[in-house]
Design a protein around this ligand. Structure first.
Ligand SMILES: NC(=O)c1ccc[n+]([C@@H]2O[C@H](COP(=O)([O-])OP(=O)(O)OC[C@H]3O[C@@H](n4cnc5c(N)ncnc54)[C@H](O)[C@@H]3O)[C@@H](O)[C@H]2O)c1
Ligand SMILES: CCCCCCO
Ligand SMILES: [Zn+2]
Ligand SMILES: [Zn+2]
Length: 345
């Protein structure tokens, strides 16, 4: 029986308060309004950004909310005016929208999009600035415009990537955040060339994807840095060629890396969210050309610092959101690359 136009009651993991266990609740999910899509979520993963917001350190973290932003599912129904997806389509919700009409989308210089960010940052939908989630009439905030820790969610149509229906949703759900972020940080943001020496700080999902992207880009060395030595074995499978644990050294980690690489690395990637490590990631780069990419999300209010001379002498400090990929256009491309099991470069 169709649920189109009906309120759906389903299970969701609700974050009632920061730092408190998520609670599986029966949640009401209202039908999609104009420009919105209701999705049956089949698989969702956990990214550190979910944990960051759950911790209460994220000022955009509004409670109670439904977290989750790395998922895959099937369109259940669409609101008025939605033309690019229809019920039954296999999709990946994208926290990084792509409207293709705003100043950002038209700039040709960024993958950021401004169309729905004001609403998603406030935990509501753009149409009426209200939530589609409620529990017995009490509104529950959206998160990052995705809220995938729920059996059903409602997202803006500009935040939905239609993908190959043959793609295994339990695998490609990871193309909702961490994997594209790491790959794109290497290919789009840094543009790592063959033969480069690369340092990856933090060997979680994002760092492992950076390592894989660097390997695919032909890096000669991929130095993995993590305080958890158990991370190295798995990291080798993703292209890390050597491992450094800062806890094994008395010297600052940037000095250790400069000594290991005859003056510094060509590219470094901070995949942790620690502003001290961000400084080390910059300062381990080679004078004259070394480029450091900040991927990690630091707690609100935290600031980075270094001596200006680090930049005056040629080092470049930049950052990335979703690896610079345009979501609706390029997530399907990534899924196709995965399906063809071809070299991702
Ligand atoms: N910019 C973006 O678009 C984007 C996208 C996804 C995730 N993120 C952010 O990227 C970061 C990584 O996400 P994740 O899901 O891979 O995290 P994760 O928790 O899975 O991995 C972090 C890794 O860093 C290691 N680590 C922690 N402190 C360290 C230190 N001082 N030195 C060295 N290693 C240390 C941990 O042992 C762990 O292996 C988070 O800050 C997340 O919010 C950003
Ligand atoms: C928009 C940059 C931060 C996104 C973090 C997703 O995990
Ligand atoms: Zn994420
Ligand atoms: Zn846009």
């Amino acid at each position: 029986m169709s649920t189109e136009g009906q309120v759906i009651t389903c299970k969701a993991a609700v974050a009632w308060e920061p730092n408190k266990p998520l609670v599986i609740e029966d949640v009401q999910v209202a039908p999609p309004q104009a420009g919105e899509v209701r999705i049956k979520i089949l698989f969702t993963a956990l990214c550190h950004t979910d944990a960051y917001t759950w911790s209460g350190k994220d000022p955009e973290g509004l409670f109670p909310c439904i977290l989750g932003h790395e998922a895959a599912g099937i369109v259940e129904s669409v609101g008025e005016g939605v033309t690019e997806v229809q019920p039954g389509d296999h999709v990946i919700p994208c926290y990084q929208a792509e409207c293709r009409e705003c100043k950002f989308c038209k700039s040709g210089k960024t993958n950021l999009c401004g169309k729905v960010r004001g609403a998603t940052g406030a935990g509501v939908m753009m149409n009426d600035r209200k939530s589609r989630f409620s529990i017995n009439g009490k509104p529950i905030y959206h998160f990052m415009g995705t809220s995938t820790f729920s059996q059903y969610t409602v997202v803006h149509d500009v935040s939905v990537a239609k993908i190959d229906p043959q793609a295994p949703l339990d695998k490609v759900c990871l193309l909702g955040c961490g994997v594209p972020t790491g790959l794109g940080a290497v290919w789009n943001t840094a543009k790592v060339e063959p033969g480069s020496i690369v340092a990856v700080f933090g060997l979680g999902t994002v760092g492992l994807a950076v390592a894989e992207g660097a390997k695919a880009a032909g890096a000669s060395r991929v130095i993995g840095i993590d305080i958890d030595p158990k991370k190295f074995d798995r990291a080798k499978n993703f292209g890390v060629t050597e491992f450094v644990n800062p806890k094994d050294h008395d010297k600052p980690i940037q000095q250790v890396l400069v000594d290991l690489t005859d003056g510094g690395v060509d590219y470094s990637f901070e995949c942790i969210g620690n502003v001290s490590v961000m400084r080390a990631a910059l300062e381990c780069c080679h004078k004259g050309w070394g480029t450091s990419v900040i991927v990690g999300v630091a707690a609100s209010g935290q600031e980075i610092s270094t001596r200006p001379f680090q930049l005056v002498t040629g080092r470049v400090w930049k950052g990335t959101a979703f690896g610079g990929f345009k979501s609706r256009s390029q997530v399907p491309w990534l899924v196709d690359k995965y399906m063809k099991k071809v070299n991702l470069m």
